[in-house]
Design a protein around this ligand. Sequence first.
Ligand SMILES: Nc1nc2c(ncn2[C@@H]2O[C@H](COP(=O)(O)OP(=O)(O)OP(=O)(O)O)[C@@H](O)[C@H]2O)c(=O)[nH]1
Ligand SMILES: [Mg+2]
Length: 291
Amino acid sequence: MPSTPAKKLASRNSFEDFKTLTELMTVPRGIPVVEEPAPPVPPRDYFGCLRRACNYATSTLAGWRGSPEDPSRYTRPRAPSGQKVGASRSQAGATDVKLPYVCRINLLMVGESGVGKTSLVTRFTQGHFLRGHAPTIGVEFASKIVDTAAEGGKTKMKLHMWDTSGHESFRSLTRSYYVNALCIMIVFDVTRRQSFESLHNWVAKTRELAPQGAFIMLVGNKIDGGIDRTREVTHVEANDFAHELGLPYFETSARTGEGVEGLFNAGAEMVWGAVRRNELDPRTTKGIVIM
Ligand SMILES: Nc1nc2c(ncn2[C@@H]2O[C@H](COP(=O)(O)OP(=O)(O)OP(=O)(O)O)[C@@H](O)[C@H]2O)c(=O)[nH]1
Ligand SMILES: [Mg+2]
């Protein structure tokens, strides 16, 4: 009895089933295949997409939040303090946004490897302590807005902090960062005398490379002494040394946080005080931008 395709399928012989399925699926020769026309593709509105993207980017950059499709839903951004930023709509849809700080200054951290430069910046910007030493590769960046009370009246300033590696192999790279620094902090470790003794070289190098009018500060870090170390440089000795060189001296502990806020605020106040006393012209001085 000739086997039908259905019987072949029922037989569950996989090879036979495969052959039968192939036969069933094959279009017999001679029968023309009618191809269905593809549905029309709507033309893409590339210019519309681009225009919407541009509108959105412009409104976002200008500090407005919300849907670019519905300008009535836009809301004003808020300053970190919670106060409204002084934003206003001006001609032709442009937006003026008053920044919540008056100026931006560049601050450079230098000193021997392992003295705690990164730990100081981390403590100041993030409020915690880095226990292990992960050497900085080249230069790291952080920023923070500070309140200064320089010369009376509160002033907000933005600090751009460039944290350099103290390792020899990065010295040629880090040299280029002095040029645009207005405030340079030379850090040493009060529990490591060698880092104090190398200060002469750091100060000489800083004076050679820093721009005219830059502020240099000496910072003795690790005053907490740590678990297994004792202080090798006394406060009096370090202070006298700084006095001889005509530099301000600060002591800090990135571990406990002691003196850290005060250090960065003092840097900002020194700069802003000089601006207010007209001792520093922001238009001609590198490392400061008035907003
Ligand atoms: N006890 C104590 N340890 C600290 C303090 N500050 C930093 N350290 C430790 O010192 C080590 C080096 O700190 P870093 O901040 O990485 O040093 P650095 O100067 O950035 O080093 P480089 O990036 O290599 O130039 C880490 O193990 C920190 O935990 C401090 O105030 N007290
Ligand atoms: Mg570091």
